[in-house]
Design a protein around this ligand. Sequence first.
Ligand code: SF4
Length: 189
Amino acid sequence: MDHKIIAALERISQAFRVLLWNESKELGLTPIQIQTLIFLRHHSVEKRKISYLATELGVTKATISETVKTLLEKALIGKEYDPQDSRSFVIRLTPEGKKIAKQTGFFAGHIEKPIGRLEDADKETLFKSLTGIVHHLNQAGVIGIQRMCFTCAYYAQDRDGTPHFCKLMNIPLRTQDLRIDCPEHAPLH
Ligand code: SF4
């Protein structure tokens, strides 16, 4: 059974690559350019920097610098320089970049459909299992930054009679409330 689950996850991963590639081809962009635009659309200003993007997308700074250069040439992004440090800048989407990021954000629609048909209890079990795998991969150093509850300084286990608790919002978290990309995430030191 373990091997069958791994084989199924591998197929799903392949499906993500194919769907992203199809989307990229239609727009004349590369998959990493599309992923960069989608990330910029959904994340706050302090995360829209070259080094953060490189870690987030699991590529080198040189690759992201090249991606940013091309997206600038295509006028899909712009730079905002730090007034205190002229070498430091954050990246923002242009109106055209926002349009493409919005359009391509649905590239995984074919994967969403079968998930949408699952019973709520099955979704919860699947989510719990997948977050456990993501957490393990993060702890093992296979994947980089994860803004999930399990790696957050505000997360507490087994508090106030609940298995999960957010100390920032001061509320218990049900399994379906656990986050995997939380804007308030504070990394553990
Ligand atoms: S701040 Fe966000 S990531 Fe951290 S425990 Fe609360 S909900 Fe989870």
